[in-house]
Write a protein that binds this ligand. Structure first.
Ligand code: NAD
Ligand code: AKB
Length: 316
């Protein structure tokens, strides 16, 4: 079995993706890498390497020396954090991608997963059932970096035959690790506050509808796309992917059904403007047609699982 590395493995997606890939490929074949000094306890059964994706030489040497063939590049600044440090966000989100694309172009890597986001869309995009191909004028540095990244992925595929695959993830909801500074983070935070205080003050307004997905669906989609035969992966920029869509008020109502007395209040901040530029819902028919994508979790199932599993100590 060839070796796989996940760069950004200690984050919200990386933690769960590492666990799942280790189950499938064997613990010793899946290396977790991240900027953090130490990885979370849950990943300690396998190899962990402290790696800065911006250290191009170290990354190249490690991947070549260890004959790593598959790379999942997750390290990035997310939408809200990126707005606070746009120069660095652009550097981090783009330079790491070039390091990995170049390794593949030179023949050291055979397959890359690089995530994009619904943030590639902007205020001029049709908001309902947003199509795969449409107007894309993102207004955040995060969205601009993801859109540019998509263009470069497609370019490296067309020009150099680099096998790079990508999904435009919606907001992801999970309980194993905390989200890392996005606009959709409220939809995770709400469960911790519901458990701890039975109330939540939301940084988006009541009627802000956004596309979301339960993490298990996102991990399965990622692995299904990576395992799909190359000829089925017809889009080499990034695939639209849909789970469910809801507003903070609708989510709060679902929580209140299972946890009577739960209340929500609203104090929109700078993230409202970001959310207002993103779609309400996504048309993912190309992912369904090309590689058979089908979501499993709706809002009700996701809310039940989250309330049963969030550990409030994680947020302390
Ligand atoms: P996260 O912030 O939770 O995790 C990112 C990880 O990258 C962190 O563990 C961080 O320590 C690490 N990292 C940061 N800088 C690094 C560096 N220089 N070198 C190595 N590691 C570094 O993010 P996430 O939510 O897991 O997202 C992963 C990817 O998926 C990102 O590219 C993000 O844009 C994309 N994405 C996430 C979501 C979501 O809802 N979580 C939605 C759409 C797209
Ligand atoms: C964010 O809110 O920045 C992310 C994303 C949708 O890309 N969760």
């Amino acid at each position: 079995m060839s070796k796989t590395i996940i760069i950004g493995a200690c984050g919200q997606i990386g933690t769960e993706l590492t666990l799942e890939l280790r189950k499938r490929k064997g613990v010793d074949n899946v290396i977790a890498a991240d900027l953090k000094e130490e990885c979370p306890d849950i990943l300690k059964d396998g190899i962990y390497v402290k790696m800065d994706i911006l250290n191009r030489e170290m990354v190249r040497e490690y991947i070549i020396d260890h004959q790593i063939k598959e790379v999942y590049l997750l390290a990035a600044l997310l939408s809200a954090t990126a707005e606070k440090n746009p120069d660095f966000a652009w550097k981090l989100n783009m330079e790491g991608l070039f390091t990995i694309l170049d390794l593949a172009k030179e023949g050291h890597i055979t397959k890359i997963f690089w995530p994009s986001s619904i943030a590639v869309f902007g205020p001029t995009t049709p908001r309902d059932n947003t199509p795969q191909y449409t107007v894309m004028e993102p207004t955040t540095v995060y969205g601009i970096s993801k859109q540019a990244g998509e263009r470069w992925c497609e370019y490296y595929f067309n020009k150099f035959g680099v096998d790079v695959r990508s999904i435009r993830y919606p907001g992801l909801i999970s309980y194993t690790s905390l989200p890392g500074g996005g606009t959709t983070d409220y939809a995770v935070d709400i469960f911790y506050k519901a458990k701890a205080e039975n109330s939540f003050n939301c940084f988006l307004s009541a009627d802000t509808e956004l596309p979301m997905m339960y993490m298990e669906d996102a991990i399965r989609a990622t692995i299904e796309l990576m395992e799909a035969p190359s000829q089925k992966v017809k889009i080499r920029s990034s695939y639209n992917l849909s789970g469910c869509s809801f507003t903070p008020a609708q989510l709060a109502k679902e929580i209140e059904t299972l946890q009577p007395g739960f209340t929500i209040s609203y104090s929109p901040d700078f993230r409202q403007q970001i959310a207002d530029s993103w779609p309400n819902s996504i048309d993912d028919s190309r992912a369904r047609e090309d590689w058979g994508w089908q979501e499993k979790y709706g809002v009700k199932e996701m809310v039940k699982i989250m309330l049963e599993n969030v550990n409030v100590n994680l947020m302390a």
